[in-house]
Design a protein around this ligand. Structure first.
Ligand code: FAD
Length: 368
């Protein structure tokens, strides 16, 4: 039977970032990914926004790791040639929106050490984004966009350069404890591998992976986000992410427009909890549902400027759309050889390198 020091379950941005961070001479690190290609689940089905860290409760892991991870991600993208743009973002207030809500966001961001935020007027917005309707806005210069597929490839390359091994098309299907807890045995369809530590970075399936390995019991609630896209010349109407004020109803950020590094413009995502973790397409919203929210930001948009786009499924730790749930990053309470990196919904893309640093410290504890 193969023996390794560390197995990371999941080859998305979190698992791959953990692989490059934990790999070191004399330690065998192995990533199991059930799909034939890396990063094909949530890591490449999202808005591709490098978030500044404005929205999350002060002191939460999301707030800390977003701010820390954002700067680490910009450095990584520069060093590894990953297409990205530090283009800034506008959160716009319409005539009927209360200034208190902009001020509240400004205060929340500052509490999280996002120290470059500014409230700006209509003239400032018009200079940056002439097609956007706004009475005022919160300007976040450190927000950006990144090409997610290129990020996955670069993380994989860097992890491989540090001699972490990735095994695609290799699902974890079961586990057992061996030698009075000194080893975990991880079963795949091809072989059983003995390991001294496991990182659970299985995204939507982190609850199932935790259960397979005798770890803590929790539930991942899949929450679908749907997108539309702007077509034709309307794609030239925005050059940076433009968001509305977050709806008063809850945690999600409101349907926004986000240009990509390759020139398309996404509209969305919406928010809908569903039972199925795999279902990206059933009961899709009609494309018309995106027209009005887009017009609130870009008033000249017509119905024919919008077509259906992709979807992504968030891995949420709470079934309540209005409740805040933090990342779960800890050494497991029931299975001491297991480190959880679960409930990694937004801003997990932004935070992946900072999450990996936390995970790496916990892995060192397990392997000590
Ligand atoms: C609609 C939407 C918009 C978002 N927008 C943003 C954004 O703009 N900015 C941002 O920072 N974040 C955003 N996010 C969040 C971000 O995409 C996620 O936080 C991030 O991709 C999580 O990465 P991951 O590696 O944990 O998950 P995943 O990419 O899902 O990776 C987990 C991997 O584990 C594998 N796996 C599962 N079970 C097993 C098993 N038994 N054996 C082997 N492998 C297994 C899966 O196949 C998968 O590849 C968004 C998310 C969504 C859904």
């Amino acid at each position: 039977m193969e023996e390794v020091d560390l197995i990371i379950v999941g080859g998305g941005v979190v698992g791959l970032a953990c692989a490059r961070e934990t790999a070191r001479p004399g330690r065998t690190v192995c990533v199991l990914e059930r799909h034939p290609r890396l990063g094909t689940e949530t890591s490449t089905h999202n808005s591709g926004v490098i978030h500044a860290g404005i929205y999350y409760p002060r002191g939460s892991l999301k707030a800390q790791l977003c701010v820390e991870g954002r700067e680490a991600l910009y450095r990584f993208c520069e060093t590894h040639g990953v297409p990205h743009r530090r283009c800034g973002k506008l959160i716009v207030a319409r005539p009927e929106d209360d200034d208190a809500r902009l001020l509240d966001l400004l205060a929340r961001g500052r509490a999280n050490a996002v120290d470059d935020l500014e409230i700006v007027d209509q003239a400032f917005v018009a200079r940056l984004e002439p097609a956007v309707a706004a009475r005022a806005a919160l300007w976040s210069p450190s927000t950006g966009i990144v090409e997610t597929e290129a990020l996955v490839r670069a993380l994989h390359r860097d992890a491989s350069d540090r001699e972490a091994i990735t095994l695609p098309a290799m699902p974890l299907i079961g586990g057992a404890v061996d030698d009075g807890g000194a080893w975990l045995e991880l079963r795949t369809p091809a072989e059983t591998i003995r390991t001294r530590a496991v990182v659970n970075a299985a995204g939507l399936y982190a609850d199932e992976v935790s259960a397979m390995l005798g770890g803590a019991s929790f539930t991942i609630y899949p929450c679908r986000g749907e997108y539309a896209e702007l077509v034709g010349v309307s794609r030239g109407l925005v050059t940076r992410p433009v968001y509305p004020l977050p709806p008063l109803s809850g945690e999600h950020l409101g349907v926004h427009v986000t240009p990509t590094t390759w020139g398309s413009v996404m509209v969305g995502p919406t928010t809908r909890y569903q039972a199925d973790k795999r279902d990206h397409e059933a009961d899709r919203l009609p494309v018309e549902a995106f027209v009005e929210p887009t017009r609130r930001l870009l008033p000249t948009i017509r119905a024919q400027d919008v077509r259906a786009g992709g979807t992504g499924i968030r891995a949420k730790l709470s079934p309540d759309p209005a409740a805040f749930s933090d990342f779960l990053i800890e050494r497991d309470t029931r299975q001491p050889r297991l480190v959880q990196a679960a409930g990694i919904d937004s801003p997990g893309l932004t935070a992946c390198l900072a999450i990996a640093r936390r995970v790496s410290t916990l892995v060192d504890e397990v392997l000590r």
